[in-house]
Design a protein around this ligand. Structure first.
Ligand SMILES: [Zn+2]
Length: 489
């Protein structure tokens, strides 16, 4: 099947900027337009898909709050931020254009039972079946070829209805590239809208697959066959119809997949604009090193990151503990030097208290903190005016300092934590540390993603002196520039 004539102007910004096209131009293969079907290639293709399946993580968003209801199943792979951010932007645009923001300025993430997350293999598209005795001609028309490699896959399982259905899936992966397809089917649509994304792993860059072709193509018609060759409407795409990048990607798909080596698997692949997140915060430390170590161990075991609001004087007393917190990727923030009540302190005292804690934290190797929590949550306009940091409050108060009861800490989180919450705890109480493994389990079982406070607010511009109770998605106690009506200053 001939491709339309070339000449389509197309942005190739991301990869071109990375110099990829130029660098790899020397490796462009020449030769036949149809390569032979090599059994070794078929094995590599399967092995690569298995590696992708073993490394991907499954996300489910089942949202019935506004019409149309949303049914989204997405995969992400640690270290491929470019893929998840392009995917997330398109998912949010689809949700908004279908009306599922419910009139709000932003999407309000919902809790979804983790049991709804699909198994990894359902995000893998089986390669198009071919007869290895031929020269690689696809047998997609044959009755035994089934629907493998055809589009849509997951989407065709259900009839068009009133729901907004969204999914992404791995079409192929190999060498330095991963090819995925994102589909969106709005209410009543017969067919989903598809886009196919090509991610270069080493540079973490993602572009539309159109950049691989010399002409405009229908993304829904693109597949990869069992031998790692890109196909269009079931036919192998001739080399001459591919750009230099396209030939490089095509060749890579028949080599072993190399996923990112050092990705932080504790970080969710999607942001808190789409996922229901919670920030678990611990104040007043560092406390005694043994207790803090237990908490750090529990966090490592659960694969969660925490936010510590530390007192400058305690940081100076236990710099080694701060170092471990930093090494393990937790967020360190300012809780003043010695815990005064800022609304009863002079502006000069507030400034000095904030600066001393900033200095101590920086001296301990944690960098200059961005965020601050006023002791007792007490802040008046005079103190706010000289704070120099956003004031991070909380919407879930475990009252752990009062009852010192691990069961009550867990119960508070189980009952009150919701998407966007900030949970207040204190690492100086053994009862709170004892509760922490169960707190982490409770959060995960609710379907919440534990993130640092800065991650919770990613994409939201925080102002010095303003107070933030949670990432607000509609509660009057929360503040968020996405919902200015509930911003409290
Ligand atoms: Zn405190």
């Amino acid at each position: 099947m001939p491709l339309p004539s070339p000449g389509r102007p197309r942005l190739r910004l991301a990869l071109a900027a990375a110099g990829l096209v130029l660098i790899l131009a020397g490796c462009v293969p020449t030769g036949t337009t149809r390569e032979s079907a090599n059994p070794q290639d078929a094995q590599t293709v399967q092995e690569n898909l298995a590696v992708a399946a073993n490394n991907l993580r499954s996300y489910a968003i089942l949202d019935d709050e506004f019409a149309p209801e949303i049914r989204a199943h997405l995969f992400g792979i640690p270290g491929l931020r470019s893929l998840s951010s392009v995917t997330e932007a398109r998912v949010l645009a689809a949700i908004e254009s279908n009306g599922s923001f419910g009139g709000r300025a932003a999407y309000s993430p919902v809790l979804t039972d983790p049991a709804a997350r699909r198994p990894a293999e359902r995000f893998i598209v089986a390669p198009q079946v071919q007869d290895p005795r031929t020269t690689g001609a696809p047998t997609s028309g044959a009755s035994d070829a089934g629907t493998a490699g055809k589009f849509p896959t997951e989407a065709e399982e259900s009839e068009p209805g009133e729901r907004l259905e969204i999914g992404n899936e791995v079409l192929a992966a190999g060498g330095d590239f991963l090819v995925s397809r994102l589909w969106v089917r709005g209410p009543g649509d017969d067919r989903p809208q598809a886009s196919v994304l090509v991610t270069q792993i080493s540079t973490d860059t993602t572009v539309d697959i159109g950049d691989l072709f010399d002409a405009e193509v229908d993304a829904a018609a693109i597949a990869v066959d069992a031998f790692g060759h890109v196909t269009l409407e079931g036919s192998q795409v001739p080399e001459k119809s591919l750009t230099a990048l396209g030939r490089t990607v095509s060749k890579s798909l028949r080599t072993p997949l190399a996923l990112p080596a050092a990705a932080d698997e504790r970080r969710p692949d999607y942001s808190c604009s789409l996922l229901p997140c919670v920030a678990l915060t611990y104040d007043d430390g560092p406390g005694d090193p043994e207790g803090e170590d237990s908490l750090l161990d529990a966090a490592a075991e659960a694969g969660v990151r925490l936010t510590y609001f530390l007192l400058g004087r305690n940081v100076a007393a236990f710099p080694g503990t701060v170092e471990r917190m930093v090494d393990q990727g937790h967020e360190i923030a300012n809780h003043t030097h010695s815990h005064p009540q800022l609304d009863r302190s002079s502006p000069a005292t507030v400034r000095a208290q904030v600066r001393q804690a900033d200095d101590a934290i920086e001296a301990a190797g944690a960098g200059r903190p961005e965020l601050l929590r006023p002791p007792f949550g007490a802040l008046d306009s005079a103190a706010a005016g000289v704070l120099g940091h956003p004031a991070i409050l909380w919407d879930v108060d475990t009252e752990d300092w009062r009852h010192k009861n691990p069961g009550k800490v867990v119960a508070s989180v189980a009952r009150d934590a919701r998407p966007g919450s900030i949970v207040l705890m204190h690492s100086i109480h053994p009862s709170t540390i004892e509760a922490s493994p169960q707190v982490f389990r409770t959060v995960a079982e609710k379907g919440l993603y534990a993130v640092t406070t800065s991650e919770l607010f990613a994409g939201v511009e925080l102002s010095a002196g303003a107070q933030y109770y949670c990432r607000g998605y509609g509660s009057e106690l929360c503040s968020n520039p996405e919902h200015p009506a509930v911003l409290r200053k």
